[in-house]
Design a protein around this ligand. Structure first.
Ligand code: ZN
Length: 143
């Protein structure tokens, strides 16, 4: 096996050979540097594209809003929310529901709102004691 480098290595250079080799190498290096620049630019563009798509994706989600967390989607959470607040969900469904709430700020907010609305909507025992106070007040006036 003859290595072509062995046979060529010590041959005398023809005039201009070295210059040609040098310019070839220079051209090759310039091309390599250009490719590196293009590669970096392409990578930068890719990063920007991914970032833009990511932002669009994130911005899109809350508006279109049906993310799947904990095995159920936001719309399912919406449907189940009344039962959840009333404690009527099956334990496994309630687990999924709470898992979803942990990961989904939107649904968590909605449930908090619902909870506040419910507690503001005069639960029966408060209404009853309020009624009793009202009676007492009325009795006081009557005396
Ligand atoms: Zn959700």
């Amino acid at each position: 096996m003859t290595d072509s480098r062995d046979t060529n290595e010590w041959q005398q250079c023809a005039p201009g050979d070295l210059g040609r080799v040098a310019s070839t190498l220079r051209a090759r290096r310039t091309r390599r540097e250009a490719l590196a620049v293009i590669g970096k630019a392409a990578a930068a563009v890719a990063v920007i594209v991914v970032a833009v798509l990511g932002v669009q994706y994130i911005q899109h989600q809350p508006a279109g809003g049906d993310m799947d967390f904990g095995g159920i989607s936001c719309s399912e959470v919406g449907e189940l929310s009344a039962d959840y607040l009333a404690g009527r969900l099956a334990p496994d469904v309630a687990d999924k529901f709470e898992e979803h709430l942990k990961k989904c700020p939107m649904c968590r907010e909605s449930i908090e709102d619902l909870r506040h609305q419910q507690s503001a909507a005069v639960p029966t025992d408060t209404a009853w004691s309020g009624g009793r106070q009202g009676q007492r007040l009325f009795a006081g006036i009557a005396d």
